[in-house]
Design a protein around this ligand. Structure first.
Ligand SMILES: [Zn+2]
Length: 376
């Protein structure tokens, strides 16, 4: 195991922080995997999974069974992790810019595309593998050429530089109160469908561009757009496939759950040939993958006490009661009902709803949204 430390831009004197990465497996391996946890620093189930993976990867490396180069970042956002306010852990938004830590990652598509266009005849060829290597090299160079202007950007750039050349990117998150689910692209779904089975994903939401420049898409979208631009002239593979894994809810930090999740990642890696060995038989997928455009955010119509009628992991029909919102002064009881049939996979932690607040998420089958597809 190799341990590296990456200093972050210090926002004010005396507040130096860093991101630590751990590297396993042969440096010259054919394929590579990047795993990070707790970019949203109030989402800690992934940190426990990452800590367990650290030990598993060390053991696999010692046994000579790791066939991939693995980079692991168990604490992806130390600045967010130190946001404790009056006994409440925060960590989802940067205090300075009020930006969501998993939005607005640096986009280097224009730099790579302009550079490739300028020397396309020499940089690209009819060899897909060589093109992949060339684009990855330019990806890294483009990110390294950027000087971060803030601690927020500095965190983003360190993580992007660590992950930009990996074949597979696993970003470990969780929701507020939820069952197992994940986000990936339609193009990467065949790669991650076996993971969804081992993980027991109750909702697998697919989108190519969800509009937020989140960590997973800051890699895949660049490849998608390069394929659009150069694909009719040169073979351009998907040089990065990424997935955002939602490890249930914020309170679900338990050894048995984390052991199960770490094992799901190991099983998928074995299935994909990144670890030597025999992968267990693939379990059935609990719920089919659905377009992110078909997912419904269910909103509170008024402010008031939020009383849920269903648990996460419930299959609902259109019109089913999800919750009541009660105004105890006006004696008004507003019902929140499912707009379409689907899997209710996540719900709010808050029990005092504000008017318009997202109450629950339902993975449906009827695509009806476009543009920005994510929560704030
Ligand atoms: Zn998150």
């Amino acid at each position: 195991m190799e341990h590296q430390s990456h200093p972050l831009l210090s926002p004010v004197p005396g507040t130096e922080r860093r991101i630590d990465s751990f590297h396993f497996g042969p440096a010259d391996a054919e394929r590579s995997l990047y795993v990070q946890a707790s970019l949203h620093a109030d989402e800690l189930p992934g940190m426990l999974v990452a800590w367990k993976l650290k030990q598993r990867f060390e053991a696999l490396e010692a046994e000579g069974r790791l066939r991939a180069r693995v980079t692991l970042v168990p604490v992806a956002n130390p600045n967010g992790l130190d946001q404790q306010l009056m006994d409440t852990p925060l960590g989802r938004y940067d205090f300075e810019s009020v930006g969501n830590f998993n939005r607005r990652f640096v986009d280097v598509f224009e730099t790579i595309s302009a550079g490739l266009e300028a020397d396309a005849d020499t940089a690209l060829s009819d060899e897909a593998k060589a093109n992949c290597g060339e684009i990855r090299r330019r990806f890294r160079q483009a990110l390294e050429a950027i000087t971060p202007r803030s601690a927020f950007e500095s965190t983003h750039l360190v993580l992007q530089r660590l992950a930009c050349e990996a074949d597979y990117v696993l970003d470990l998150h969780c929701d507020f109160n939820a069952v197992e689910h994940l986000y990936t692209t339609p193009a990467a779904w065949p790669t991650f469908e076996p993971f969804a089975r081992y993980f027991g994903s109750k909702a697998s939401l697919l989108a190519t561009d969800s509009g937020g420049a989140s960590f997973d898409e800051c890699f895949t979208l660049v490849w998608e757009r390069l394929r659009e631009q150069f694909g009719d002239r040169y073979p351009i593979p998907y040089g990065s496939e990424s997935i955002t894994v939602e490890l249930r809810g914020q309170q679900d930090v338990y050894h048995p759950l984390a052991d199960r999740d770490a094992q799901a990642i190991i099983d998928w890696m074995t299935h994909a040939g990144l670890i030597e060995g025999q992968a267990p038989a693939l379990p059935a997928l609990p719920y089919p993958a659905t377009p992110l455009e078909a997912m419904d955010f269910v909103h509170a119509p008024i402010g008031g006490l939020l009383v849920f009628a269903v648990e996460p992991g419930t299959l609902v029909d259109a019109g089913d009661l999800i919750a009541e919102v009660i105004d105890p002064l006006a004696d008004h009881v507003a019902e929140v009902r499912a707009p379409q049939a689907g899997m209710l996979y996540s719900r709010s932690q808050r029990r005092m709803a504000t008017a318009g607040m997202i109450v629950a998420d339902i993975a449906g089958h009827r695509s009806h949204r476009s543009g920005y597809l994510l929560a704030p």
